[in-house]
Design a protein around this ligand. Sequence first.
Ligand code: HEC
Ligand code: HEC
Ligand code: HEC
Ligand code: HEC
Ligand code: HEC
Length: 270
Amino acid sequence: MIVRGSIIIRYLIHFSFSLLLVFIPQVFAQEEESSCISCHREMGGDLAKPIELWHESIHKKNVISCHNCHGGNSKVQDMDAMNPEAGFVGSPKEEDVPKFCGKCHVAVMENYIKSPHWQTKKEKHPVCTTCHTAHHQQRATLELINEKDCSRCHTYERARKIRFVMEETEGSLVQLDERIEKLRGEGFNTQRLGDALFANRNEFHRLTHVLSVDLIIDRTETIRGDIKKVEKSVGSDEATIKRRKIGGAILIAFLFISAFIIHIYRKTLP
Ligand code: HEC
Ligand code: HEC
Ligand code: HEC
Ligand code: HEC
Ligand code: HEC
């Protein structure tokens, strides 16, 4: 019972987090160009650079704009748009970046704060923007863990191990996603399966930030169990499709043979 209760709580947390992420873009969806963008474009140089980068980012696609990260009032046309009284925080200092991004990515930040990347006393340590950039964030994949980026401050060995233990599960997540997509194409209602997979994918991707191989292996076991359940449902839906197809083929063959027999029978009539 305790186990089941904690699973339900976990799903509730996932659900409310997803709601938050889905809801925020819709609130700002019908907005015209913000004063932040029009003035900064006019300023040119370094003040305009973030605009181009942001245009190609996943945040732009999800209608997260300058003021959603930096605060301020995007309807005021003068410098007062950047009034701290309107919540303007400007460019965050490095040590403030996790909180700055974490106001939306709550669970990621919680994991990151536990990691040696945050706990370390060393001066050169990565914050969110080191790995994801400040204005050009893309959909996150394991490609972010690579020798070039992860051997700047230490050896690549530990990073390689983390990528290795995550790759197999990542592979089955991608495969399942394709199978669910195919089911949707066949007209199945895949909402529930899609949501279950989405929750798993999110929890799995956030895990990276703790940077503990032991914890990743431990949690991966549970996540794989959940993935197996989704896989079973997908399998049974696929079997239904197969049965329908075979049923359809038998029916067509039956009709064809009947037509043929009637045709022969008619011919033999005087
Ligand atoms: C009327 C023009 C104008 C508008 C409107 C404007 N900015 Fe700026 N912004 C500037 C100028 C000029 C600077 C550089 C001088 C300064 O920092 O005060 C700047 C600086 C900044 C910085 C860097 C500050 C730092 O701490 O280094 C950020 C971030 C920023 N703006 C974001 C915004 C956001 C978000 C909005 C909309 C809510 C906005 N700006 C609206 C002109 C503007
Ligand atoms: C995803 C959150 C996010 C969004 C959206 C965002 N910024 Fe920033 N911005 C940052 C961060 C973080 C920094 C701190 C710089 C760093 O860490 O490299 C920053 C820094 C800046 C600076 C200081 C100069 C620099 O590049 O370091 C300016 C100016 C700026 N942003 C303007 C904008 C404008 C204009 C927009 C809208 C087109 C925008 N930002 C959208 C996160 C964001
Ligand atoms: C105002 C809320 C908000 C802030 C602040 C914010 N983000 Fe996001 N971010 C979103 C939303 C919404 C999405 C798109 C939904 C999703 O895929 O999670 C997103 C997506 C992302 C993704 C891709 C996630 C994926 O599914 O692959 C990354 C990486 C990311 N953000 C990093 C950052 C970083 C780094 C910062 C700080 C510089 C930041 N975000 C600040 C709302 C925000
Ligand atoms: C050392 C590099 C590194 C740092 C620092 C880092 N990330 Fe990530 N992040 C990653 C990698 C790698 C992934 C992809 C994991 C995967 O594909 O399994 C990722 C995934 C993500 C995702 C997608 C998660 C999902 O649910 O799909 C978001 C959002 C994100 N990071 C935001 C942040 C924020 C916010 C911070 C700071 C609090 C941060 N990251 C710090 C490397 C980093
Ligand atoms: C800006 C410097 C920097 C970059 C870039 C960086 N790291 Fe780190 N990393 C650190 C520091 C500092 C520590 C703390 C341990 C220490 O004191 O060396 C650490 C610790 C780690 C640990 C734990 C090591 C252990 O044995 O306990 C792992 C795992 C790790 N990093 C993975 C990564 C991955 C994966 C990437 C690339 C996505 C990355 N790091 C990029 C600075 C960095």
